[in-house]
Design a protein around this ligand. Structure first.
Ligand code: GLN
Length: 312
């Protein structure tokens, strides 16, 4: 049954107010020092409907960095740049059940090749596949793609978050050198990480993320312009990864409790979508123990139950 958007518009502010208490159970990420300044009790959401209608509530104007949400879009860009075969020679298609920055299975199970493009190891390899003459050129292409999807040119790099991560990313550096040693990463480590840190530091609003989600919900076509931004086949690949790996090692539980494609980031953002209908952008910086926005997940669960969104 299609979502009753006018009912949702009417009821959304009360749900956001009710879900805000869940921010108290989470904590803001601090391993990227700049993210520690985020307002812990913030919660905002925008839903963008295929018809062009949208609704926002709470702190939806807050700007936040995409972080891991960017991995969905660099995957799409890499698929368009290199083709499916070249991409999946380098990264797998399976969930890990481990934390997002884990090294464990790189050595233990499938030597060298990251399990999927939404964990850090896989995303770093994907960043190396983006076409461009220099890291700056690659980063600008990623930003341009995000702006096209958001239908808005105001998305930009947050230089403070970029520098903060670049200065402290010992774990991602370790992953990248390990990948390089295994010859999964063909490019140089530092220029590849530069592209990766920049994509993570793209700053957006809930409305922009909701619109990006709507393009995915519409199989790659921007409903506002009719323009195809990526092929349907790649939309399907991206949405499948969002369902199986998008919420890290909480993806199974999220599939049961909410049941829609979603991708979270450590700044507290969530990109989600109802196929064929809606794009959703959420921000709430307090994270649960799996690194997902705690109030954001509660809010999505409530909405999914209310409007019967689960795909399953
Ligand atoms: N930039 C972050 C990192 O690499 C992204 C991770 C995330 O959002 N989970 O650690």
């Amino acid at each position: 049954m299609p979502t009753d958007f006018s009912d949702l518009t009417h009821r959304l502010p009360a749900w956001v107010d009710a879900c805000r208490v869940h921010t108290a159970q989470g904590s803001v990420a601090t391993y990227i020092p700049e993210l520690a300044h985020a307002p812990r009790h913030a919660l905002g959401i925008t839903l963008h409907h295929r018809s062009g209608k949208s609704v926002s509530a709470g702190d939806s104007d807050m700007r936040f960095t995409l972080q891991s949400i960017s991995k969905v879009f660099t995957l799409l860009l890499a698929l368009m740049d290199r083709g499916e075969q070249a991409v999946f020679e380098k990264v797998g298609m399976e969930p890990t059940g481990d934390v997002f920055n884990s090294m464990l299975k790189l050595e233990l199970v499938q030597p060298g090749k990251p399990f999927n493009p939404l964990i850090n190891a896989g995303a770093i390899v994907i960043s190396s596949l983006i076409r461009g003459d220099t890291p700056e050129h690659k980063s600008q292409r990623i930003l341009g793609f995000i702006r096209d999807l958001a239908g808005d040119d105001s998305a930009a790099f947050n230089e403070d978050v970029y520098r903060s991560e670049a200065a402290t990313a010992n774990r991602n550096r370790s992953l990248a050198y390990f990948l390089k040693d295994n010859k999964v990463l063909d490019a140089d480590v530092e220029p590849t990480l530069d592209v990766y840190f920049r994509q993570c530091a793209i700053e957006v609003t809930c409305a922009q993320v909701a619109r990006m989600g709507l393009v995915l919900a519409s199989d790659g076509v921007d409903p506002a312009t009719g323009r195809e931004l990526f092929p349907k086949r790649f939309a399907r690949i991206a949405k499948s990864f969002m369902v199986t790996c998008g919420m890290y090692n909480a993806s199974g539980e999220f599939a049961i409790q909410v049941g829609i494609p979603a991708k979270s980031g450590v700044a507290g953002g969530i990109l989600a979508l109802v196929p064929g209908e809606l794009g959703i952008g959420i921000i709430s910086p307090a994270l649960n123990d799996k690194g997902n926005s705690t109030a954001g997940v509660h809010l999505l669960r409530q909405l999914s139950e209310q409007y019967d969104w689960s795909m399953f």
